[in-house]
Design a binder for this molecule. Structure first.
Ligand code: URA
Length: 331
C-alpha cells in the first residue's frame, strides 16, 4: 500500500510521460513519424549513391530549359557562421514558445572533409535542376508551383507545407528571412510567430505594414526541430530565392539575419559587423541596394540590440523617402 501522500501509479506515469515529452520538445522533436527511429542522413547518402550508379553516362549533361532566360548561376550560401544575430539561440523558456534554432553541424576543415563523389555529383545535379526550374518560372505563381514540384531539398519531406511569401508582390521592400519556424509551417506564411509579431512592430515604427512589403525566406520549408538550414539546403533553394527577388523586383532587399545575408550578399562576416550598411545584391548586370539587419528572433532574446535595428530601420526609411542610399558595393 503506498504511503498516503505518495503519488498514485497513474500520476507517476503521467509525470514520467510529461517529462519525456518535455525532453523531446527540448531536443527538437516536434512530430511523430514512425515507431522506430530513422537515420535520414544515411538513407539519403545511400539513395544518392544508388542514383549515381543508375545514371547513364549521357545523363551527366543537363539540357537547357526551352524557356530559360539568363539563368543566374546558383551561388552558394557557404560559411555557416553562427553570428549573434541569427534566430537560433534560445529565448528564456517562459517568453519563447518555439523550439530554438539549433546550429547546423560545423563544416569540417577542407582537408579532412571526406570526399563523397556521389553526394557532390548529387549536389551539382540538384543545383542544375533548381536553376533550370527557377529560371523557367515566368511569374510568382509559376515559381511557387516550381518549388512545389522541386524534389532537391529534403526539408520538404519533413515540413508540413511550403512557406512561400507574404505581403505585396509589388512592394518596394523585399525582406528575406532564414527559414520558417513551427508557426509558419502550420500557417504557410512567413513570419507569423513571435518573431513575426516583432517584425510587424519594427515595420510599424517606420510607417509600414505587411501590405506594403514583400516577405520570404532563403529556405521555404521548415528545418526539423527549428535548426538552422545547412549550407547545402540553402544552396539547393537559392536559385528559387534569387528568381523570387527578380520577379518581385523590389527597390530594396533587406536580409534578416546572417544566413540570408551570407547567401544573398555572399558575405562570410558576422552580421553584427555587416548590418546597417547598404550593399549590392547582384543579379547578372542588375544591382539592388541591400542591407542586412538583425533578425527579430535575435532581438527577442537581446532586446538591448533593438537600438541597432532602429538605426537600420531609419536608414531604410530615409532610402524609401528618396535619400540615395550610401551605397557600398560588395567586392
Ligand atoms: N524566422 C525566419 O527567418 N523566417 C520565418 O518565416 C519565421 C521565423
Amino acid at each position: 500500500m503506498p504511503a498516503p501522500d505518495a503519488p498514485s501509479p497513474d500520476a507517476l506515469s503521467q509525470d514520467a510521460l510529461a517529462a519525456a515529452l518535455d525532453f523531446y520538445r527540448h531536443v527538437g522533436v516536434d512530430i511523430a513519424v514512425g515507431e522506430a527511429p530513422r537515420n535520414f542522413f544515411e538513407e539519403s547518402e545511400t539513395a544518392a549513391a544508388r542514383r549515381l550508379e543508375a545514371r547513364p553516362a549521357s545523363a551527366e549533361r543537363v539540357e537547357p530549359h526551352p524557356r530559360r532566360v539568363a539563368a543566374a548561376p546558383p551561388r552558394k550560401g557557404e560559411g555557416e557562421e553562427r553570428a549573434a544575430s541569427e534566430p537560433s539561440r534560445q529565448a528564456p523558456r517562459e517568453t519563447f514558445r518555439e523550439p530554438p534554432r539549433r546550429p547546423a553541424p560545423p563544416p569540417l576543415p577542407e582537408a579532412s572533409r571526406p570526399l563523397n563523389p556521389a553526394l557532390a555529383a548529387d549536389a551539382a545535379a540538384v543545383a542544375a535542376s533548381a536553376a533550370e526550374s527557377a529560371a523557367g518560372a515566368r511569374n510568382l505563381d509559376e515559381l511557387r508551383a516550381a518549388l512545389d514540384a522541386f524534389q532537391g531539398c529534403a526539408l520538404k519531406t519533413t515540413a508540413t507545407q511550403l512557406v512561400f511569401e507574404d505581403g505585396a508582390r509589388n512592394a518596394r521592400v523585399h525582406l528575406v528571412g532564414e527559414a520558417p519556424g513551427a508557426d509558419e509551417d502550420r500557417e504557410g506564411r512567413p513570419f507569423v510567430g513571435r518573431a513575426g509579431q516583432l517584425l510587424d512592430k519594427m515595420l510599424a515604427s517606420i510607417g509600414l505594414d505587411r501590405s506594403q512589403v514583400y516577405i520570404s525566406n532563403v529556405v521555404p520549408w521548415r528545418p526539423p526541430g527549428n535548426r538552422t538550414p545547412s549550407p547545402l539546403e540553402v544552396a539547393a533553394c537559392l536559385p528559387f530565392t534569387r528568381r523570387q527577388i527578380d520577379l518581385v523586383g523590389a527597390e530594396f532587399v533587406i536580409c534578416l539575419g546572417a544566413p540570408s545575408m551570407q547567401a544573398l550578399l555572399e558575405i562570410k562576416d558576422g552580421i553584427l559587423k555587416t548590418r546597417g550598411r547598404w550593399m549590392a545584391y547582384r543579379d547578372g548586370a542588375r544591382s539592388i541596394p541591400a542591407m542586412a539587419m538583425l533578425h527579430p528572433a535575435y532581438l527577442l532574446r537581446q532586446p538591448l540590440q533593438k537600438r541597432l535595428a532602429w538605426r537600420d530601420l531609419r536608414a531604410l526609411k530615409r532610402a524609401l523617402d528618396g535619400e540615395a542610399p550610401d551605397f557600398a558595393p560588395t567586392a
